[in-house]
Ligand binder design. Structure first.
Ligand SMILES: *[C@@H]1O[C@H](CO)[C@@H](O)[C@H](O)[C@H]1NC(C)=O
Ligand SMILES: *[C@@H]1O[C@H](CO)[C@@H](O)[C@H](O)[C@H]1NC(C)=O
Ligand SMILES: *[C@@H]1O[C@H](CO)[C@@H](O)[C@H](O)[C@H]1NC(C)=O
Ligand SMILES: *[C@@H]1O[C@H](CO)[C@@H](O)[C@H](O)[C@H]1NC(C)=O
Ligand SMILES: *[C@@H]1O[C@H](CO)[C@@H](O)[C@H](O)[C@H]1NC(C)=O
Length: 413
């Protein structure tokens, strides 16, 4: 918040002029290589929080839905709210959230099997979208996954169409391309997308298609063909899926979910944002990706990067220079670290831990150095504010308030 005086002027002006629209109802738009919110450049900085629709890291209270073979359960409302408060306190503006879009193939999924819709699965998704809105955050949501994880992905659509494939046995089988090329499967994926994004959220009475809180849908997470890293996703499929989402939701931005920037996709008009992932962080790879995207006047998002010091070649200094390059590249419209967790709310004493070694927890003393660096970066990118390296971290109460931290039209500033 800058100074008190402009607020007073705004209030005085609004007494005579028409009330100013709630910033949360204003969609993010793209102009060339920039994203705009309310006429001003806007950056989507924040974290991956993949577990908001369905988690795999917590055994729920007895009587709560649980699918033991995949350890799948719905997160508590308090966990979701706390993570929104954390991202906001860190100066973030956005969250990338797999399970708000990827939810297929197990009994707790949105679509457990072809033709079935499990309404219960919408509840945590609705809550997360609403809580993001309350905290003035925006969401970027992948629509499927390249892998066979607990939350589902492209293998569900392949198996449902009679291709008996699994990631463990068949990731190099050329038949995986049927996900992109087989009309029946592409049709089933579109039906899934329609079921998801035309759903009306009872907390807002807005469909996901209409709610500007979701600023972008991504065609998928880390999509490839039969060779790891081959970027073999037909441009035709990207165009078809992007076009389909825009037909249902004309104001959404589309992220190409191919793992890496595929040159043959640069001319796909439906794509607004290209993206890549970094394990470890690599400034060279980032520069090459951004140059490609710059050449066609579109935008770039670093969709995942490891924040962990001990990961190969990723030191704190590397993280600082990584952030600097992101901040100084005009076509970079944001980034999302991998990956953020909070307390096991309502238990506010225990953190939730994921098994990949990349779990970041706000106020965990072991992560303090990186949290400071990350917060400096978020503040710089989102508000052009320089924060001292040892600035005290804002407290986030646990459980957090469900109604955000600020009020009125200035909530998103
Ligand atoms: C990029 O797009 C913007 C907005 O559409 C436009 O004003 C600008 O001229 C474009 N730049 C190039 C180099 O094409
Ligand atoms: C597409 O998948 C269906 C099964 O759902 C199969 O019958 C059909 O042969 C496949 N098409 C092609 C071109 O492989
Ligand atoms: C799918 O393949 C597995 C072995 O890979 C086999 O055990 C299973 O019976 C197959 N399912 C169908 C429906 O063919
Ligand atoms: C949504 O619409 C219903 C029916 O018109 C209404 O009762 C409810 O209060 C509305 N909820 C919100 C959040 O606007
Ligand atoms: C890029 O996508 C095309 C299809 O549009 C595919 O043929 C090619 O293998 C992909 N990979 C690379 C590195 O271009």
């Amino acid at each position: 918040m800058k100074s008190f005086l402009p607020v007073l002027c705004l209030l005085a002006a609004s007494a005579t002029a028409a009330p100013r629209a709630d910033i949360r109802d204003v969609p993010v738009t793209r102009e060339g290589s920039t994203l705009l919110l309310d006429g001003k450049p806007w950056k989507a900085v924040g974290a991956n929080v993949y577990w908001l629709g369905l988690d795999e890291n917590v055994t729920p209270a007895s009587g709560e839905p649980y699918y033991a073979p995949l350890k799948a359960s719905y997160p508590t409302k308090g966990r979701t709210t706390e993570i929104m408060a954390v991202v906001k306190a860190m100066g973030g503006t956005a969250i990338r959230a797999h399970t708000l879009g990827v939810s297929t193939g197990n009994p707790l999924s949105l679509v457990p099997a072809p033709g079935q819709v499990n309404k219960q699965a919408f509840e945590p998704i609705d809550w997360a979208v609403w809580q993001a809105r309350e905290y003035g955050l925006r969401l970027l949501i992948p629509l499927t996954d390249n892998f066979d994880y607990y939350h589902g992905g492209k293998y569900n659509f392949l198996r449902w169409a009679g291709f008996n494939l699994t990631q463990t046995k068949d990731s190099t089988n050329p038949l995986v391309m049927q996900f992109y090329t087989n009309e029946t499967i592409v049709g089933a994926f579109k039906d899934y997308i329609r079921t998801l994004i035309t759903h009306v959220n009872p907390y807002t009475n807005l469909s996901y298609a209409d709610d500007p809180t979701i600023f972008a849908y991504e065609t998928g997470n880390e999509l490839c063909g039969p060779v790891w890293g081959d970027m073999n996703v037909p441009a035709r499929w990207v165009r078809e899926i992007g076009g389909f989402v825009k037909q249902l939701a004309p104001k959404k931005l589309i992220v190409d979910g191919t793992y890496g920037v595929n040159k043959t996709h640069l001319s796909v008009e439906e794509v607004d944002i290209f993206s890549d992932h970094y394990y470890p962080v690599s400034i060279g790879k980032l520069r090459a990706d951004v140059d490609l995207v710059n050449s066609v006047n579109k935008t770039y998002f670093a969709g995942e990067y490891t924040w962990v010091k001990s990961a190969p070649a990723a030191t704190d200094a590397d993280l600082a220079s990584w952030f600097k390059v992101l901040e100084q590249s005009p076509a970079v419209i944001g980034d999302a670290l991998w990956s953020l967790f909070g307390h096991n709310v309502p238990d506010c004493k225990t953190f939730v831990e994921h098994s990949d070694g990349l779990t970041l927890q706000y106020v965990n003393p072991a992560h303090a150095t990186q949290i400071q660096l990350i917060r400096q970066h978020f503040m710089k990118a989102s508000q052009e504010l320089s924060i001292a390296a040892n600035a005290p971290l804002p407290q986030v109460p646990c459980p957090a308030s469900t109604s955000g931290t600020e009020t009125g039209t200035r909530r998103n500033r």
